[in-house]
Design a binder for this molecule. Structure first.
Ligand code: FMN
Length: 174
C-alpha cells in the first residue's frame, strides 16, 4: 500500500482548530460521496472528530511540506497547532480548512469502524474547495495542485504522466 497521498485531517477540539498529518485515507464511495480516514485512537484530532461529528481533509502542495510534517510530529494535546496555517470555515462551522492548501474537503461523520489501534471514520463530503488557479477546464489539475506523495518514510512529488485512464487500455491487443 505505497505510495499514498498525504493530507492534513482537521477538526476543532474544544473550539480550536487542530490538524494532523494522515496518509491512511481513501475515497470510499461515489454516491453519496464519502471519504475514509484511519485515525489512531490516541490522536488529539480523534477527540475533535467525535466532538463535532465532522472533519476536513486538506490536500497540500509540496511548498507546504514542512508545516505538513510538523503536524505529524507534534500533538495538539501538547502543543497548539491552530496557528501553523491560516484557517477558514465553509459550510460546516466545525471543520477547519487551510487557506494555503489548494484543495479543502468538508466532511460530516457518517460511520466509525473501531478496528483496533485505529478508528476508520467515514465522512460524507459536504463541500469541496479548490483554488481557481489549480483548475484546468473546470477540473482539478494534478500538476497545478502539486500534491505530496508519502512512501517509505519520505515525501515525493508526483512524476510524469503515464497515460489517460479509462482510455489507453482500449489499445490492448493481447
Ligand atoms: C507522513 C505521516 C503520516 C501519518 N499518517 C497517519 C494516519 O494516517 N493516521 C494516524 O492516526 N496518524 C498518522 N500520522 C501520525 C499523526 O499525524 C501524529 O501522531 C500527529 O502528531 C497527531 O496529531 P494530533 O494528536 O494533534 O491529532 C502520520 C504522521 C506522518 C508524519
Amino acid at each position: 500500500m505505497t505510495p499514498m497521498p498525504v493530507v492534513l485531517v482537521g477538526a476543532n477540539v474544544g473550539g480550536r482548530p487542530n490538524f494532523m498529518t494522515a496518509a491512511w485515507t481513501s475515497v470510499a464511495c461515489m454516491d453519496p460521496p464519502m471519504i475514509a480516514v484511519a485515525i489512531n485512537k490516541a490522536r488529539h484530532t480523534e477527540k475533535g472528530i467525535k466532538e463535532n461529528r465532522a472533519f476536513s481533509v486538506n490536500v497540500p502542495s509540496t511548498r507546504s511540506a514542512v508545516g505538513l510534517d510538523h503536524c505529524g510530529l507534534v500533538s495538539g494535546g501538547r502543543s497548539d497547532k491552530s496557528a501553523v496555517f491560516e484557517t477558514y470555515y465553509g459550510k460546516l462551522k466545525s471543520a477547519p480548512l487551510i487557506c494555503e492548501f489548494p484543495v479543502n474537503i468538508e466532511c460530516e461523520l457518517r460511520h466509525t469502524l473501531e478496528l483496533g489501534s485505529h478508528n476508520l471514520h467515514v465522512g460524507e463530503v459536504v463541500d469541496v474547495h479548490v483554488d481557481e488557479e489549480c483548475l484546468t477546464d473546470g477540473s482539478p489539475d494534478t500538476g497545478k495542485i502539486d500534491p505530496i506523495v508519502y512512501s517509505g518514510g519520505e515525501y515525493f512529488q508526483v512524476g510524469g504522466l503515464v497515460g489517460k485512464a479509462f482510455s489507453i487500455g482500449k489499445g490492448y491487443r493481447g
